[in-house]
Design a binder for this molecule. Structure first.
Ligand SMILES: N[C@@H](CCC(=O)N[C@@H](CS)C(=O)NCC(=O)O)C(=O)O
Length: 208
């Protein structure tokens, strides 16, 4: 059975959600952030030297990185569900969006969080960070457009992978004028599998 090393309030919530969507059995190994530093506990470092979540163990194999984990699960256990075939004309879009979330869109959001802690000392970077956040979130808002999901009318693993980025953006109050993305969040939060995953994963303030 797949073991998910799950950290509270983190990206691993979307892995629980994916497994619920696919109705696959899984076990949660819970790790709790240090209340002062907000970092992962030593228990995660015992499983992988980076000590980051999400991390899964499947049949003795440790897999890290959300996009890799999402792709691993759908390809290995999904039976063709929630993904696109390599020969499909949709495949390039699927692959790009799957990797875009962590590869590009998260960076300005993370910078916003870290540089924000510097207060006035971070001022020289504020404009650039704001414009990059707007650039990436506008791109995603346009890519989604009037569609229900990023690949069209059908829900896919790309929606799972992009969800955390969009949730964090809303949590940081930088999603106000992105109507499509706000509607997307309402849509995914209403999915029974999403709600089941939050109930199993526990504390997750970005999901409401
Ligand atoms: N790009 C990685 C990021 C992993 C990551 O930074 N996870 C955070 C949780 S959202 C974490 O483990 N933070 C705890 C720490 O850095 O100690 C992924 O998508 O898996």
């Amino acid at each position: 059975m797949i073991q998910v090393h799950h950290l509270n309030n983190s990206r691993s919530q979307r892995i629980l959600w994916l497994l619920e969507e696919l109705q696959l059995p899984y076990e949660i190994v819970q790790h709790t952030r240090n209340t002062e530093s907000n970092l992962a506990p030593e228990s995660l470092l015992a499983v992988h030297p980076l000590g980051k979540s999400p991390l899964i163990v499947d049949d003795g194999e440790v897999v890290i990185e959300s996009a890799a984990i999402v792709e691993y699960i759908v390809r290995k256990h999904g039976g063709g569900r929630l993904t696109t075939d390599y020969n499909s004309p949709d495949y390039p879009r699927y692959l790009q969006l799957l990797h875009y979330s962590e590869g590009s869109a998260m960076l300005p959001l993370m910078l916003n969080m870290y540089v924000g802690r510097l207060g006035d000392a971070g001022a020289p970077l504020h404009d650039r960070i704001q414009s990059e956040m707007h650039n990436h979130l506008s791109y995603l808002d346009t890519e989604l457009g009037d569609k229900n999901y990023f690949m069209g009318s059908e829900f896919s693993a790309v929606d799972v992978q992009l969800s955390f980025t969009i949730e964090i953006a809303r949590f940081m109050n930088v999603l106000d004028n992105k109507a499509h993305l706000n509607q997307f969040l309402e849509r995914i939060h209403a999915r029974p599998a999403y709600q089941k995953a939050v109930a199993r994963g526990g504390e997750y303030p970005f999901g409401g």
